[in-house]
Design a protein around this ligand. Structure first.
Ligand code: NAP
Length: 279
């Protein structure tokens, strides 16, 4: 029973691939640039651009299950190709953004909703994983921290429960192997609620030095973030952070599915501390 891992070069997809490979499952890995993948011996790499339906059929040939990244462009053609190939189960890396009351009108909510809906309309058995903020978003602070400057945050008091990408992967593995029942819609958080300021503080404590935080105005943040992403996405992410100020997020961590304690943000920092060190 072969499982295709899309996003095999990504943090979550890569962790799914390593975990399934370690458990001896037959795998195929895909990327838009498969020649760049560094894969365990015996895992085949195939080209697949989820936004280009013409690349899908060959990648799905002989595949029973797919770990899928969300890409709404071409999703109907992708589902048809999966059905034709005899794929029976798709585990989607979706987002808790779909749960927001205004998900339909936000770029992130809509992006993931379109894929979820297309899967629900299909004959495929679909498991929808809906994680909240990833611990790995802290990579965005690596450059200023390495440079010794302040971390600039519009909402340092925004509180969320960052999830370690390996925990999302472990739940995906549970769903793909049938090791336990996950249900069809799985909302996932990390094990503890931390403000963004507290997350910076955890990195500082492990580096053994102070990391100043400079509070940005909303207008400054919109200007800065719009250099790296579409303005509507920047605005929607800022709205999300603003909405997390004074909120205590509900914790629904991976432990309920894996039977192991969920990984903490501190554990993620320990594993990635070199990214925050100069040089
Ligand atoms: N960051 C968060 O807080 C958050 C929260 C909830 C959900 N999510 C979801 O998680 C995803 C990010 O996961 P991650 O951190 O594991 O990713 P990542 O490490 O940032 O890597 C991105 C992956 O997406 C793949 N990809 C992008 N466009 C593609 C396309 N058109 N066709 C095929 N593959 C494509 C890339 O594959 P190649 O470049 O190798 O082709 C790469 O493996 C987001 O896109 C979002 O859907 C994120």
């Amino acid at each position: 029973m072969t499982t295709l891992i899309t996003g095999a070069s990504g943090a979550v997809g890569g962790a799914v691939l390593r975990a399934l490979h370690a458990a001896g499952h037959p795998l195929r890995a895909s990327s838009r640039r498969p020649e760049r993948l560094s894969l365990p011996v015996g895992v085949e790499a195939v080209p697949l651009d989820l936004a280009r339906p013409d690349t899908v059929a060959a990648a799905f040939d002989g595949v029973d299950q797919v770990f899928l990244y969300a890409e709404p462009g071409g999703i109907d053609e992708l589902i048809r190709a999966a059905e034709t190939a005899g794929v029976r189960h798709v585990v989607l890396l979706s987002s808790s953004a779909v749960l927001s009351p205004d998900a339909e009108s936000q770029p992130l909510g809509r992006h993931h909703l379109l894929v979820e809906r297309a899967l629900r309309r299909s004959d495929l058995d679909a498991t929808l994983l809906r994680p909240g903020s990833f611990a790995g978003n802290a990579h965005g602070w690596a450059h200023p921290i390495r440079a010794g400057g302040p971390v600039e945050l519009p909402y340092p008091q925004a509180r969320m429960a960052p999830i370690h990408e390996a925990d999302i992967a472990d739940v995906a593995v549970v769903a793909l192997t049938g090791a336990a029942r996950t249900g069809r819609e799985v909302t996932l958080t990390g094990p503890e609620a931390l403000t963004l300021g507290e997350q910076v503080g955890q990195i500082a404590a492990r580096l053994g030095r102070d990391i100043p935080v400079r509070e940005l105005s909303r207008a400054e943040a919109e200007r800065q973030w719009s250099r790296f992403m579409p303005a509507d996405l920047a605005a929607s992410l800022l709205d999300y952070q603003a909405g997390q100020v004074g909120v205590t997020p509900e914790i629904t961590d991976a432990a309920q599915f894996t039977g192991r304690p969920a990984r903490t943000f501190g554990q993620w920092v320990d594993e990635h501390l070199d990214a925050f060190r100069p040089g």
